[in-house]
Write a protein that binds this ligand. Structure first.
Ligand code: MG
Length: 346
């Protein structure tokens, strides 16, 4: 198999402010995996070290070390993909880099079968995945304007970063602009300690909240917050802690293809979380088209096996230099009909 690497940078139309810093652009490592059968699959890594995980240098060097492994790998047979992943993992076990390779293998498998990746996982996959709008403005008026526009565009779930500036005023303005029916999801990115989280969530709860994601970092802190607040709590960054998936500390767990190390490990993680009674939903970390497409395919498959709260995948429209191949319509993203990941050409 031939593994080729290239880089691409995407720029956000407006920098995004979070409790862990400001993001203005995203660097992608794009992998292309070709077999002797002439079928090509694509995958992507979009490391975001300020948020979690390794930086691009580390991911890139891991991917470079996989090139020789891929060259020695067989490109057909029932276990070929699994063996290649295992061989790469033996060289450098980095989930974000392994995930890029895993995506390319799924994409290739879908191309060969003439089916979307979701259909390789289950015939009963959803054909559209409900997604939240992400409100990026940190001022009241700007956030209210984005909320009104999102609702007018058909979104029924709005996500707002908190732990940044005047949360109370911004959330009240968003609720007023969005109306009473919209779900409001907050994400603190672990920017609060337990006491701050309890205080803030109690103050914000009267606005009507679907859930608060990652109020604090760490299983112990999240468990305590969840016991003390009248709002559902989800973990995101903390889901990467050892033992987090089955810990039962949260009402929902946000899963990411990159952190899980690919679509296959994400499906296993989802089953584990659901077995504890918690819900799962998927999100991108402002990934590029291939990363979002991989999560969309997995989400479409998982929607057939249990409740799936809105996913955080409507993020490609935030880039100024990209024509969004997965643009949401009426608050959901349609599964592409093309085989594989469904977004060829990136
Ligand atoms: Mg989050």
């Amino acid at each position: 198999m031939k593994l080729e690497l290239r880089r691409r940078t995407l720029h956000l139309t407006e920098p995004i402010v979070t409790s862990y810093g400001e993001i203005a652009q995203r660097e992608l490592a794009i992998v292309t995996l070709s077999g002797e059968d002439g079928v090509t699959g694509h995958g992507e890594a979009a490391p975001l070290p300020a948020y979690d995980g390794p930086d691009m240098d580390r991911v890139w060097s891991a991917l470079e070390s996989y090139v020789a492994v891929a060259a020695a790998a067989e490109d057909s047979g029932p276990m070929a993909g699994v063996q290649m992943i295992e061989a790469c993992r033996a060289v450098e076990d980095l989930p974000e880099a392994i995930a890029a390779l895993d995506m390319a293998l799924w994409d290739r498998a879908g191309q060969r079968a003439g089916k979307p990746v979701a259909a390789l996982i289950t015939e009963a996959h959803a054909t559209r995945v409900p997604v939240n709008a992400t409100l990026t403005a940190v001022d009241r008026a700007g956030a209210a304007e984005q909320a009104a526009r999102a609702v007018a565009d058909g979104f029924d779930c709005l996500k707002v970063k908190v732990g940044v500036g005047d949360d109370a005023g911004r959330i009240a303005a968003v609720r007023a602009a969005a109306g009473q029916d919209a779900l409001l999801r907050l994400d603190a990115n672990g920017g609060w300690d337990v006491e701050q989280a309890v205080h803030a969530i109690e103050a914000l709860a009267p606005a009507g909240l679907e859930l608060v994601e990652e109020p604090c970092h760490g299983l112990t802190a999240v468990r305590e917050v969840r016991e003390r607040v009248p709002v559902r709590v989800a973990i995101d960054e903390t889901a990467g802690e050892p033992g987090a998936l089955a810990a039962g500390v949260a009402d929902a767990v946000c899963l990411k293809v990159s952190r899980c190390g690919g679509i296959g490990p994400l499906l296993a993680a989802a089953a584990l979380v659901r077995a504890t009674g918690a819900e799962i939903y998927l999100a991108s970390t402002l990934d590029g088209p291939l990363g979002v497409a991989a999560a969309l395919q997995a989400a479409a498959a998982l929607a057939s096996r249990g409740p799936l709260p809105h996913c955080g995948l409507a993020t490609l429209g935030l880039f100024e230099d990209l024509e969004d191949p997965l643009a949401p319509r009426e608050g959901a993203i349609e599964l592409p009909s093309a085989p594989g990941l469904g977004v060829a050409g990136f």
